[in-house]
Ligand binder design. Structure first.
Ligand SMILES: [Ca+2]
Length: 352
């Protein structure tokens, strides 16, 4: 997020700091919606008393006393995190405004530099995981400005704060247990486990559950270090995408122009048509030329700015024809804006 970072100006930092956590929390909210409550409501009044229960649960899960002591002693909730969690604004930017912030020309330029600097590693990762380097670099750039801004919060304190807070306790308590396991496994110490205020960690902003299922030790030192070891971080991102179903033969999609009177009910997650079928329905490249007619490729139309029923004031906003890899990006972060930003940054990095 994840999330969802940056210099040039303090303004940029503020804007992207706001965007990153938004992105993290979207996935968190979606996952928390299906998670059962564990029963924190009865003991959330007193953080210390609550921590006693957390320590007991950690012991039951086989976390060592040393880790419990190192991670859960002298722990305080962080009021700023509750503030940030409560303040999440409605996402009111247009797509164009969002892309201007998340994929500025400076980031494209830096992305090209990063692609060149890491060519050997990225070529090896593409061979192993089937994900082109420009996509790995795009995720890296959007999540953390290429590893520069990965969040300054203690992940344990952040997750404990959110787990104790009671709004999405079950989800964050599980992530807290996952974080303790990562520490217990020796990948990072509690005091060095930093991340976003919502607990997204390292250069790829993995939640602890994603770390446990997808992070990988690429440089072979027996530690998975997505914070400081670039090879581990980028390989972990590539592994995530591979496991989520990345198709090496496809791109992500493209912006398109819809014909006058296009039936917007055709833009649905389930309505996957061939490029020839979309062509027959009048869908064009954004410059007005015909779609490429590669056989066998199906895509769906995404109208990221439209609310249901034709969008605000009947407008559909910008339109995209996307392939299966778009849904892989959404697996990482369930925001159409985020997925389009990743795709566009990857495209622009490639265009030299
Ligand atoms: Ca390693």
């Amino acid at each position: 997020m994840p999330n969802f970072p940056r210099p040039i100006l303090a303004l940029t930092i503020i804007l992207l700091a706001a965007l990153g956590p938004f992105v993290d929390i979207q996935a968190a909210l979606a996952q928390a919606a299906d998670a059962p409550e564990i029963g924190d409501k009865s003991d959330q009044g007193n953080f210390e008393a609550w921590l006693v229960g957390v320590r007991a649960q950690a012991r039951e899960k086989g976390i060592s006393e040393a880790t419990i002591k190192a991670a859960l002693s002298d722990l305080q909730p962080i009021p700023r995190i509750i503030e940030l969690d409560r303040k999440q604004p409605e996402f009111t930017l247009t797509l164009t405004q969002y892309l201007n912030r998340v994929v500025p020309a400076s980031r494209v330029k830096k992305g090209r530099q990063k692609l060149a600097e890491n060519r050997e590693l990225l070529t090896a990762l593409e061979a192993k995981y089937g994900v082109p380097g420009r996509y790995i670099v795009a995720f890296w750039g959007i999540e953390t400005d290429f590893g520069r801004v990965s969040g300054g919060y203690s992940v344990v304190a952040a997750l404990a704060t959110l787990a104790h807070d009671g709004r999405r306790s079950a989800y964050f308590r599980k992530e807290l247990m996952n974080a303790l396991k990562i520490i217990d496994d020796g990948h990072i110490t509690a005091d060095k486990m930093s991340g976003s205020w919502a607990g997204a960690m390292g250069q790829t902003q993995f939640m602890p559950s994603s770390f446990l299922s997808h992070a990988t030790d690429y440089n072979g030192d027996n530690r998975i270090d997505i914070w400081n070891t670039r090879a581990d971080a980028l390989a972990s991102g590539a592994n995530y995408l591979k496991k989520a179903g990345w198709n090496p033969d496809l791109t992500w999609g493209r912006e398109v122009r819809l014909p006058e009177g296009f039936d917007t009910t055709l833009a649905s997650k389930t309505n996957r048509l061939t490029l020839a079928q979309w062509h027959a329905l009048g869908v064009m490249r954004v410059d007005g030329s015909a779609l490429p007619l590669r056989d066998g490729i199906k895509g769906r139309i995404v109208l990221p700015e439209s609310k249901k029923k034709g969008g605000p004031e009947g407008k559909t906003g910008r339109a995209f024809l996307v392939y299966d890899n778009f849904d892989v990006i959404l697996d990482w972060n369930r925001s159409n804006f985020f997925a389009i930003a990743v795709g566009q940054l990857a495209d622009q990095i490639k265009t030299q």
